[in-house]
Design a protein. Structure first.
Length: 400
């Protein structure tokens, strides 16, 4: 599978209402602007970090020279107050921080990790308001935003490019990281509407590239509302986004998803005659023992043959011929209980390959939640028709 997921090493939410409170073990991450009964606005932003060693390993040992994209994904638990289009910013954090062991509104409050005022623990490592990071190819600035009236200095900080545009992956994120010697893409905005899907699926390839090339250090992301929505005292502007954290006991932890094109085919020249040309197919999934450990990487083969082969004179069975799906064939993976796509069909990243043994695709089981069953779907385009096969191709990932 040319899709590989890694999960956060740490995450926490910063609350301006509680400047020294740590929430490092909360099951929920929050970004919001809430106004209390006295009319005082309180802002929440969250931090999330992925292991640099894992990222380097994926680039070096899995992606190689293939084209790729990197997506930050976070799943919504609750959303309120979205009476207008609302934007989130996903920015590259500019300072190291400590996860901590607190929960929201612990009594007494836990202060042993990152909070609105401090990056390490209460009294240690106040968030730098602005500065410059220097790498071998240039300098990169970082900044912050806060209200002296509401919560005081803090709330994290983030890198921005030399032209002044934030490294926003807008509404999601679409960074373009910066150094005078480097070119980068412009920002893109994506908004959440009242009835739109509130899950985050943000292309953060440029930020990830900046980490891998040591342009900026990897301190993770900070996720926040746009500045125009933060510290607003307007009672009509109180958006609240709550996302599942790495400490959730659900199947929806946040992840960093790497997608690369590993498509390979032998279907050229005379081999094209082996491609089936009817939608009436018999199909099965080979090399599927049914149970896998999270460390497994499995190559599934697809056996395919026409359900009603044309009659021809030959001395061997037609069913001993090796047949192939058309090159425009793709796979997807669903969670069997929730019926949700874990890996959706993608024309670039889930195209089914072929070799002398037949059609195949690879799946990295580490990106799938253990102790759950999954089903494989196959989509193919034949003679202008698109057909999806979902014929009980199941497997389970178990804890090792």
């Amino acid at each position: 599978m040319a899709i590989y997921k890694i999960f956060p090493t740490k995450d926490t939410t910063l609350y301006s209402f509680y400047p020294t409170m740590n929430t490092g073990l909360d099951a929920i991450l929050e970004t919001s602007n809430i106004i209390d009964i006295s009319g005082t606005p309180g802002v929440a932003r969250y931090l999330i970090q992925f292991d640099q060693g894992e990222i380097l390993d994926i680039y070096s040992n899995k992606i190689g020279n293939s084209s790729y994209d990197v997506y930050f994904k976070n799943f919504i638990a609750d959303a309120q107050g979205l009476n207008q289009n609302t934007f989130l910013e996903i920015l590259p954090l500019a300072q190291s921080w400590n996860n901590g062991t607190g929960y929201t509104l612990d009594n007494p409050q836990e202060v042993d990790g990152a909070s609105w005022a401090y990056s390490n623990y209460s009294g240690s490592g106040p968030w730098s308001q602005a500065g410059t990071y220097t790498n071998p190819t240039g300098s990169i600035n970082f900044t912050s935003s806060f209200s002296n009236l509401y919560g005081g200095a803090g709330g994290g900080n983030w890198f921005y490019d030399i032209s002044g545009s934030l490294y926003v992956v807008a509404g999601y994120v679409l960074p373009g990281y910066i150094s005078p010697q480097l070119s980068f893409s412009s920002s893109a905005n994506v908004s959440f509407g009242l009835r739109s899907n509130k899950d985050i699926e943000a292309n953060v390839s440029n930020i990830s590239n900046a980490w891998i090339n040591n342009i900026i250090p990897n301190y993770g992301f900070i996720v926040k509302l746009t500045s125009s929505l933060e510290f607003s005292t307007n009672q009509n502007i109180q958006p609240i986004f709550k996302y599942y954290s790495v400490d959730t006991n659900t199947i929806y932890p946040p992840c960093l998803e790497f997608r690369w094109r590993d498509y390979s085919t032998i279907l050229t020249g005379s081999a094209l005659s082996s491609i089936v040309n009817t939608v009436d197919l018999k199909m099965s999934l080979a090399e599927n023992p049914g149970v896998f450990y999270p460390e497994s990487v499995n190559r599934f083969y697809i056996n395919v043959s026409p359900l009603y082969p044309p009659r021809i004179y030959q001395t061997s069975s037609l069913f001993t011929n090796l047949n192939y799906l058309p090159t425009s064939s793709y796979y997807a993976i669903k969670d069997l209980d929730t019926n949700e796509f874990v890996v959706n069909f993608d024309n670039n990243y889930t195209q089914i390959s072929s070799d002398i043994n037949g059609n195949y695709f690879d799946v990295y089981m580490s990106g799938l939640e253990p102790e759950r069953y999954y089903s494989v779907l196959i989509k193919t385009n034949i003679n202008g028709s698109t057909k999806i096969f979902n014929d009980d191709y199941y497997f389970k990932v178990i804890n090792g």
